[in-house]
Write a protein that binds this ligand. Structure first.
Ligand SMILES: *Cc1c(COP(=O)(O)O)cnc(C)c1O
Length: 382
């Protein structure tokens, strides 16, 4: 898989630094090589590739019979905005379960496009309050939709989408899921977890390159949503209507991104699909968390709330620990980490996803030791 060079430096198959980030992330050489061609956007070769990609994505969520997989050009946020604008009707109201920056962003999108929105917030280290959700749905009959984030990448917390889905369905409301940082690695079965729409993207656990989002939309709800969207470009109903009729995109598709995703999905299947991908990430996460704890670092989250996607560590209190030097020292050794995004505590994050395996996480831990020694840090307690 990836390699440590002779000097212990972390490097991808193509010699680049390893991205221990939540995406864009380290991709395989074969995924990058899949982009070394040109395709016509209306040519059969591309259209077949596109169809295959969308069908296999729907299959990963066991959603083929019930949901259309609608692609959306752009980063993941474009898909989230398209999902909200298309699925929440003009007289609808969205309740967003917020415990991090991505929930907050979804609520901002909804307010910006002029849809009624409410939030139910819990702290960044706390899953949504299900009893409060049930009460809110009983009290506010105007709420038509609920949006939940499966893995809140802000902290790395795993939110209980299965329980949320049951509760929302029992209350007769529709569920939208931001599954961006979990899709392809954490299971979510449309036959078991009722959702109206689910958004994710090419460049996270599917290990493709950035540029394509997609939304799994319940077919009936999508057809009924024609004319809802306040945006032409971000109208999933229109996108799907044209794709179904012509097989083609309305506007230029990110062809190379889709070619890379086709290869990435073949590699996902070869690894054992969602189960295999999830198992590798779980091992990466375990090696990382165990290794960092052995060194004295503290995780924000207890193990039972930690998704195997990205881990938040509390900033060491030792004045000798300087985050910029820590970051630069790790980068010089081929490991790019991520700053914290918490509002509650000083922190930094290390990702477990992408073309990374145990040896890469062990290499990162060795680099942490070297950088701490260089800074003269003796304790990493928060
Ligand atoms: C990455 C991510 C997004 C989308 O972010 P982009 O930068 O637009 O790709 C949305 N939600 C979650 C939970 C994410 O992790």
């Amino acid at each position: 898989m990836t390699d440590r060079e002779a000097d212990g430096r972390g490097a991808s198959e193509t010699g680049d630094p390893l991205l221990l980030t939540p995406g864009p992330l380290t991709t395989s050489a074969s995924v990058k090589r899949a982009m070394l061609h040109d395709w016509g956007s209306r040519d059969r070769t591309f259209l077949e590739m596109n169809e295959r990609v969308l069908a296999r994505i729907a299959g990963m969520a066991n959603a083929t019979a019930t949901h259309a997989c609608v692609p959306m050009q752009g980063s993941g946020t474009f898909a989230v905005e398209a999902m909200i604008g298309t699925m929440v009707p003009r007289d609808g109201k969205l309740l967003v379960l917020v415990n991090g920056a991505y929930g907050t962003r979804a609520a901002r999108i909804c307010a910006r496009i002029g849809r009624a929105v409410a939030t139910l917030e819990t702290p960044e280290d706390t899953p949504p309050d299900l009893a409060a959700l049930e009460r809110r749905l009983a009290e506010d009959q105007a709420i038509t939709h609920v949006l939940a984030v499966q893995c809140e990448t802000t902290s790395g917390i795993l939110n209980p989408v299965e329980e949320i889905a049951t509760l929302v369905a029992d209350a007769g409301r529709a569920l939208l899921i931001d599954a961006m940082s979990a899709f392809g690695a954490l299971p979510l079965d449309a036959g078991e977890v009722p959702f109206q729409a689910l958004a994710a993207s090419s460049n996270k656990c599917l290990e493709g390159v950035p540029g394509l989002g997609f939304v799994l939309c319940e077919r009936g709800a999508l057809a009924a949503a024609a004319g809802n969207a306040p945006s032409l470009a971000l109208d999933l109903a229109d996108q799907q209507a044209v794709l179904e009729k012509t097989g083609q995109y309305r506007f230029t598709p990110p062809i190379h991104v889709i070619a890379a995703l086709d290869q990435a999905i073949a590699e996902h299947a070869a690894e054992g699909g969602v189960t295999g991908r999830g198992a590798r990430y779980a091992e990466n996460c375990q090696v990382l968390v165990d290794g960092m704890r052995t060194r004295g670092f503290e995780t924000l989250l207890p193990d039972e709330l930690q998704a195997p996607i990205i881990v938040t560590f509390r900033m060491p209190a030792d004045p000798a620990f300087d985050f910029t030097r820590f970051y630069d020292g790790l980068a010089a050794r081929g490991y790019l980490i991520y700053p914290g995004k918490l509002t509650v505590a000083e922190s930094f994050r290390i990702g477990c996803i992408g073309r990374l395996a145990r040896a890469d996480m062990e290499g990162a831990l060795a680099a942490v030791d070297a950088v701490l020694a260089e800074m003269g840090v003796t304790s990493v307690a928060a």
